[in-house]
Design a protein around this ligand. Sequence first.
Ligand code: ZN
Length: 388
Amino acid sequence: MSQDLYDLLGVARDADADTIKKAYRKLARQLHPDVNPDPATQEKFKEVSHAYEVLSDAQKRQAYDRGGDPFGGGFGAGGGQGAGFSFTDIMDAFFGGQGGQGGGGRGPKSRVRRGQDALIRIEVDLAEAAFGVSRELKVDTAVVCTTCHGDGAAPGSEPVACETCRGVGEVAHVQRSFLGEVRTLRPCAACRGFGSIIPEPCRECSGDGRVRSRRTLTVKIPAGVDTGTRVQLSEQGEVGPGGGPAGDLYVEIHVAEHDVFNRHGNDLHCTVSVPMTAAALGTTLTLPTLEADVESGAGSGVETEFELDIAPGTQSGTEQVLRGRGVPGLRGGRGDLIVTIAVETPGKLDARQEELLRELAAVRGEESPDGQVRSGQQKSVFGRFFGH
Ligand code: ZN
């Protein structure tokens, strides 16, 4: 009988209204007479309901915390029917089957709610996406009001229990019908279902408990992100109504096109042009790496260029795969760099060059060549039509 009411509900002494309500709903579902008619369970159910009756009412809870008895008499005599708070109302709220608010439990709504998640999009260049980068972001968001610390009441004032619904957040409407009396519970219009009223709203936030603000934060973009990757920043979204916990902030990545490298998954593709003579004779080229895009201090050990060997007689369209020179994967590993060789035929020839080329053609017996139709690499076109 003299058991601590917080212990009965299994909540901490500083539990908020929402926690208390949830704890009660859970217990009530287990202990409700419809579920478990055993007399000892019913007695327990009454005790738990009594505890909820007191702790869900701000004024009764204060009286209880100060050591007083909020009913001015012993519990039990009324069979759990405390003054000013109809036991039946709660039962209707949880088990009445009216389902007026999306089927969830009812009772006073909490003013405190989680804030919304937010999404912002940023563009990074290919090297930043590949190797990671830190970015400063300016975010317009809602933060806790520092004047009222989120509760929405002007400094020096406090929310008071709603007189219309006596803190329950709902009022019963009774209608007569041919089936008899039909009781429905509707959110209290006076307090909009909160069970309490803020008589003097905070002027800074108009009672919302939060204000708009522009914040600067740093986001670390991990190596390997691609267009569409979302980086989640927990609790960096907007603060909820009543100073509720902040939602999450998602940063969606868009990777800008690179003027040399094309990305396909974690592989990079590029095309390198070589003069006809170099392709025929073979050569070694020095080419910039993607790492060269990253501003790095001297002596950082980052390879900014690599050597590409062009074998003598290289044909246009030849691909060279350089293992591990692509983009690092988000989960480790690294893609390849695929270099396509484009052999450039000389355009304008001066007299001397033309003379040399004609001489070369004569030596090679290529003065009046026949065009050769081959399957081979062009299989996709010719093979299909000519039966290979
Ligand atoms: Zn405020």
